[in-house]
Design a protein around this ligand. Structure first.
Ligand code: SF4
Ligand code: SF4
Length: 355
């Protein structure tokens, strides 16, 4: 049997849902208000947390949180279902989880008082910190004032070192632009490039803005592209087995790293997965483990995929474009989950063509 051996996860994020108030151009998980209103089931979540618990490591020093440490609850937007978020935090606390934080886009931070009240409740339930998303994509939908309310409240309630603003570079830039309310991305491009060209360019650095997920279609024109053959020799074995910042979604898919739309299996049976994921019936994962050239051969030779003449901005673009074809035009690949992710990406590409 051909198997893949993931390393025991040291840090993980749980996507409570794919549903979000926003539809950010860069969203890795293709979340949007149109995603199904599906949320992780509490009994299933408890199983997942029990499976993850033995290997998750705390931030150092203990009591701190970090993007690639401990456990975080995310989405989609977790605060769309605040009662579930609170129960999830309680479950994690009951199992003694270290370094637990939640990620939010602050849509609900209508005032500092509202934000302080909810953060206080969550802190008393066991939450140790918060990650507040800040970027020009989110600001198309969420007024910057709400994000500022969230930041002020979080600093008041939590250890300020446990308040992660992701990313401070964008916050600095948006403040420099004196944004009031929301801002269209096209306007951001025009203004930010003029006001601070250095920070503007840094904002597209792949270490900040990963060229994967929805972005590869929405922002393709801002990047240089390469033909498929440039990616043929790349293997994704490391990403597929890495121990840090893995994800589990609301359907219990165990997602390697940031590779949205790929599932190694049911996270409620993580112990079994860590013994080895059977690749005999998962040709996409088997190909990705070997090389993107193998994925290309599989898709072109076996399933009629056609290379994009305009090229690809990154290996993850190449990978996603092939997976999109396999998931929606062919079907039957158990490792390509969930289907709502691929449908949402398809909506983006259709929109991209008409824009
Ligand atoms: S706020 Fe976050 S989860 Fe929601 S669409 Fe934007 S990036 Fe995705
Ligand atoms: S190319 Fe595919 S498998 Fe590899 S890191 Fe990117 S999304 Fe993940």
């Amino acid at each position: 049997m051909d198997t893949l051996r993931p390393k025991p996860p040291a840090s993980a994020g749980i996507l409570l849902t794919y549903r979000c108030t926003c539809e950010c151009k860069h969203c890795m998980y293709a979340c949007s208000p149109r995603m199904p209103n599906d949320w992780i089931d509490e009994a299933g979540l408890l199983k997942v947390l029990k499976e993850l618990a033995p290997s998750i490591v705390p931030s150092s020093p203990r009591g701190r949180v970090g993007v690639n440490e401990g456990l975080h609850f995310t989405g989609g937007e977790p605060f769309l279902n605040y009662p579930l978020l609170k129960r999830a935090v309680r479950l994690a606390e009951g199992l003694g989880y270290p370094s637990v934080f939640v990620e939010t886009n602050c849509f609900w931070c209508l005032s500092e008082e509202i934000a302080i009240e909810k953060f206080n409740e969550l802190r008393e339930t066991g939450l140790e910190g918060v990650l507040l998303s800040v970027n020009p994509f989110l600001i198309e939908n969420i007024p910057l004032e709400r994000v500022e309310n969230g930041i002020t409240a979080a600093v008041e309630v939590f250890n300020p070192q446990n308040v992660l603003v992701y990313h401070t570079l964008y916050l600095t830039l948006l403040r420099k632009l004196s944004v009031r309310g929301t801002l269209r991305f096209e306007e951001y491009l025009e203004k930010a490039a003029r006001v601070d060209p250095y920070l503007f360019l840094r904002g597209f650095d792949p270490s900040l803005l990963l060229p994967m997920g929805r972005l590869v279609y929405t922002l393709r024109k801002l990047y240089k592209t390469k033909p498929a053959k440039e990616f043929f020799k790349t293997s994704c074995a490391e990403e597929l087995t890495r121990p840090w910042h893995v994800h589990v979604d609301c359907y219990y898919n165990y997602i390697p790293g940031y590779c949205a739309g790929l599932s190694l299996g049911d996270a409620r049976k993580l112990k079994e997965l860590l013994q080895g994921v059977n690749l005999d019936d998962k040709p996409v994962l088997a190909a990705l483990r070997n090389s993107l050239g193998d994925l290309y051969k599989l898709a072109v030779g076996g399933y009629g995929y056609k290379e994009r003449e305009e090229g690809y901005i990154s290996r993850c673009h190449f990978c996603l474009d092939i997976r999109l074809h396999l998931a929606l035009e062919v079907g039957g690949f158990t490792e390509l989950q969930p289907s709502c992710f691929y449908k949402s990406i398809l909506e983006t590409t259709v929109k991209g063509v008409t824009e």
